[in-house]
Design a protein. Structure first.
Length: 140
């Protein structure tokens, strides 16, 4: 599986992976063993055995997604909602008329100027985006 830029899965990718793991839980409940589950779901036998072990110990809940990995974003839920709204407004609403692109450096400027928060490095904001499923307009 190909990972998003800067590593890790996108929110959509995590959902897809979780669906496969939960399907595996159903197959385990039907009495199938890890080798057959691996074959049917086209995953490695190592993954199937690990899932089976977790399922045996804690049930299907053990196979649910735990969300994005890495540090949690320090922006409050309210600030995250505001930031998402700013992205929806588009670049022109924030003074970037010339190219209609919001890139990570501009997102960092929005956080600093509009949300009055500590400065975030662009790579940290990229992680925030990956966790929310939002995306930026990347320059060509």
């Amino acid at each position: 599986m190909r990972y998003a830029d800067e590593g890790g899965l996108t929110a959509k990718g995590r959902q897809r992976r979780e669906a496969v793991r939960l399907e595996a839980a159903g197959l385990f409940a039907d009495g199938l063993g890890p080798p057959e589950v691996a074959r049917r779901l086209r995953v490695s036998s190592k993954s199937a055995y690990q899932w089976h072990q977790a399922w045996t110990k804690d049930g299907a809940a053990a196979l649910a997604s735990r969300g994005a990995s890495g540090r949690r974003c320090k922006l409050s839920a309210r600030c995250q909602e505001k930031l998402a709204a700013y992205l929806e407004q588009g670049p022109a609403a924030h003074g970037w008329d010339e190219d209609q692109i919001i890139a990570l450096d501009r997102l960092a400027t929005l956080v600093r100027n509009r949300l009055k928060r500590l400065q975030y490095r662009p790579d940290v904001l990229d992680g925030f985006l990956a966790g929310t499923g939002l995306s930026l307009d990347l320059p060509p």
